[in-house]
Ligand binder design. Structure first.
Ligand code: 3PY
Length: 325
């Protein structure tokens, strides 16, 4: 009989549950929807859990941690992003924080490329026209988009995913790839990507893919000032986090033609309300945060999150350990 107890805040793929069962008695929120914050707090008070396996939608703050008490060893999120977790409060209590790096790189990179192509070639409008019966005779100037060939690609955040995106897009005929990050990275050489500062990135690039985390430094990096600097023909793609872009400024930039189009797989808030101005704009393609939605990724994410929990209660270093900031 396992002597450790884990709380899982959602139904998760079987590889995760099977792994957890090797070491834990499992309690979980038996639902596909988010556990309400107050219910999570009550759950945490109801038993002394050794591990908490959460989702990116769960706010793990002081109240949750206070409720969990001193037995809690780890908060393991089934996501790469961990801005939902108060890492400083965790550090104060010696609670480890872990994420799921590496296992969703391909799925998110593939989706980012999909979104870029969809946005550049206006495919969502095309599909909509077929469904709505507004597809008429062939017209020389209908739904004309932008080719990638001969253009300049920019990547904001050249981590695993940014690298995966640029690497895939290398074969699409871009003349140059620039990236902007906290510092230069050696592996950029593998894809012939050149470091540039943020100002240079936004002024120079025709396509910009946002692939960074949301941190106080990256929050609203794309704002009114940024859009003024960008080319009128620029296309902005975001598969990082919605909060990197000021959405009110994006609405204005897309309306005024300051930039040409945007493709978003992440928004602020999520879900974006149906009546949000961006939803009805022809030059904004929005996907419902589905970058890692492949069984390959989700099974692997659940399994690594489970392994992180096991490592923590075994006094080992979880593979996805997040350094306290
Ligand atoms: O893993 C993450 O951080 C996600 O956004 C899920 O796709």
């Amino acid at each position: 009989m396992p002597d450790k107890v884990v709380y899982v805040t959602r139904r998760i793929p079987k590889p995760g549950l099977d792994k957890l069962a090797e070491r834990f008695e499992i309690d979980f929120w038996d639902d596909d929807e988010v556990i309400p914050h107050n219910v999570l707090i009550d759950k945490m008070k109801s038993r002394r859990y050794d591990a908490l396996l959460c989702m990116l939608t769960d706010r793990i703050d002081k109240d949750v941690l206070d409720a969990a008490g001193p037995q809690l060893r780890i908060v393991a999120t089934m996501s790469v992003g961990y801005e939902n977790i108060d890492t400083a409060e965790c550090a104060k209590r010696n609670v480890m924080v872990a994420n799921t790096p590496g296992v969703s790189t391909d799925s998110v990179a593939e989706l980012t490329v999909t979104l870029l192509l969809m946005t550049a070639r206006r495919t969502a409008e095309g599909v909509e026209a077929v469904k709505a019966g507004t597809w008429g005779e062939w017209k020389p100037m209908w739904l004309c988009g932008t080719e990638l060939t001969g253009r300049i690609l920019g990547v904001y955040g050249l981590g695993r995913i940014g690298f995966g995106v640029a690497n895939r897009l290398r074969n699409f005929g871009f003349t140059k790839i620039y990236y902007c990050d906290i510092q230069e990275v050696s592996y950029a050489k593998e894809i012939d990507a050149q470091f540039i500062d943020f100002d240079g990135l936004v002024r120079t690039c025709d396509f910009i893919c946002v692939c960074c985390n949301l941190t106080p430094q990256t929050r609203h990096m794309f704002n009114r000032d940024t859009f003024k600097k960008m080319k009128n023909t620029a296309i902005l793609i975001n598969s990082g986090r919605g909060g990197v872009i000021d959405h009110d400024a994006l609405v204005e930039a897309l309306r005024s033609g300051e930039i040409q189009a945007a493709g978003l797989d992440v928004t602020e808030p999520e879900p974006l309300p149906k009546n949000h101005p961006l939803v009805s704009m022809y030059n904004c393609v929005i996907l419902p945060h589905m970058g890692s939605n492949t069984w390959d990724s989700r099974n692997a994410m659940a399994a690594i999150a489970a392994r992180n929990c096991i490592a923590a209660v075994n006094n080992q270093t979880p593979e996805g350990l997040v350094k306290a900031s």
